[in-house]
Design a protein around this ligand. Structure first.
Ligand code: PMP
Ligand code: GLN
Length: 411
């Protein structure tokens, strides 16, 4: 095997998704909705598939023209910069491939990439496969009493600044964050932006949950801050945007002089993505463009619906003594399991981190799937975060009620 894949063979999604399937559990693990996308976008997909030959054939390599055109129109308004549909956008196989193309295109052997912990797990293996070195900086819960919301988890500005040096090529941020749910405030983003500009560093901003914020939290795009358009790659996901994770349509948006390198990776690997799925996502964005800011907009309706699900899960976790960290955004809620005493005597999980053992016990003995939070930390810091597990609440109320019943009958 090639050296570049050494040490990246383990994957929590492969492991825990299989386990959840084997035990036929109530699944609050992997992040996907168990309800359907809005009907207009399902109809758009069917229409695309049934609508003539061209939808079954190749389209433009870097993105189906109707999709890049509407993405440019839509996001030009949001970012406050005139986005060129054909220069500044690359459509990819989900946000995953956008991330992969970005690291492959920009990171050289020995380059450092700063990753903020906790982080979506794939950043680390992707940096490594590109030959780079991941440098970690943690979000820490502030110590005034108990941290109750994701806003209480913050960066130390001195610590962050200390990670930048002449070898730093990029920083990866994720807002709203997976798994914590933190939505970075403008001041927090400005601090990161100032350091990127000072040290001539690229910002890779993973914004797949950009429409999902709660309690009035506001998602701010770091690319919209002064001096940042030129050095930011913003990554999005049609799957997360329209509750259609299986379609695997994603994108990277940024200045043409950076995006052209991502295109080089794309044209020499995947070449292009499924035409009909791109067509359907284009129709979705066209509709959202027409209804933006009105009650008709799915980008308003979905977070409203999820806000209620967030309350339902938080109340349930609190009532059984699992202290949740209330997320300001995204699909997930983490909860502290340190007060729960269970007898983890499964010899097959001996030696694994505590949260891994706990989650496996919960799956096998209680029929409920979640995800261990230490998986979102570097090996250096994961030991300090073995007392949290992650729940996905983007689920039918009936699924959440089934989970609640399991948690209440705990012992
Ligand atoms: N980034 C984050 C933060 C995610 O949670 C996910 C999973 N949806 C992805 C990227 C990958 O998204 P996609 O399914 O569009 O590949
Ligand atoms: N992003 C989703 C999650 O965090 C799914 C990840 C995956 O399946 N690889 O659960």
């Amino acid at each position: 095997h090639a050296r570049r894949i050494e040490g990246v063979d383990k994957n929590i999604w492969v492991e825990f998704t299989q386990l959840a399937a084997d035990y036929q559990v109530v699944n609050l693990g992997q992040g996907f909705p168990d309800f359907s996308p809005p009907s207009y976008i399902q109809e758009a997909f069917c229409k695309a598939v049934n609508g003539g030959c061209s939808m079954h054939q190749y389209t433009r390599a870097f993105g189906h023209p109707p999709l890049v055109t509407i993405l440019a129109k839509f996001f030009s308004k949001v970012v406050g910069h005139d986005i060129d549909a054909f220069e500044d956008i690359l459509v990819t196989v989900g946000a995953y491939q956008a991330l992969f193309c970005t690291f492959q295109a920009l990171v050289n052997e020995g380059d450092e990439v700063i990753i903020i912990e906790p982080f979506f797990d794939c950043y680390q293996p992707m940096v490594k496969m590109a030959g780079g070195k991941a440098v970690y900086v943690p979000l820490r819960p502030v110590s005034r009493g108990k941290a109750l919301t994701s806003a209480d988890w913050v960066l130390s500005s001195e610590e962050l600044a200390s990670k930048f040096n002449s070898r730093t090529k990029a920083i990866v941020i994720n807002t709203p964050n997976n798994p914590l749910g933190k939505v970075y405030k403008r001041e927090e983003l400005q601090l990161i932006a100032d350091l990127c500009i000072k040290h001539d560093v690229v910002c890779i901003s993973d914004e797949v949950y950009e429409w999902l914020t709660y309690d009035g939290a506001k998602h701010v795009k770091i690319a919209s801050l002064p001096g940042m358009w030129e050095r930011t790659v913003t990554i999005g996901s049609g799957g997360k945007t329209f509750s259609a994770t299986g379609w695997k349509v994603g994108w990277a948006i940024g200045a043409g002089h950076i995006l052209k390198h991502l295109k080089t990776v794309h044209q020499n690997s995947v070449y292009h993505c499924a035409t009909a799925a791109q067509e359907a996502v284009a129709v979705g964005f066209q509709r959202e463009y027409e209804h933006f800011g009105t009650p008709e907009s799915y980008f308003l309706q979905l977070p409203e619906r999820l806000q209620h699900k967030r309350e339902k899960l938080a109340a349930c976790l609190e009532s059984v003594g699992l202290q949740p960290v209330l997320p300001e955004g995204g699909y997930f809620m983490i909860a502290d399991i340190s007060s729960v005493k269970v007898d983890l005597n499964d010899p097959s999980t001996q030696g694994e981190p505590y949260d891994y053992r706990f989650v496996k016990w919960l799956i096998k003995e209680k029929g409920l799937a979640t995800i261990p939070v230490s998986a979102f930390y570097s090996p250096e810091h994961s030991k300090d975060f073995e007392n949290y597990i992650r729940f996905c609440f983007v689920k039918e109320d009936s699924t959440l009620s089934s989970a609640e019943a399991i948690l209440r009958n705990w012992s």
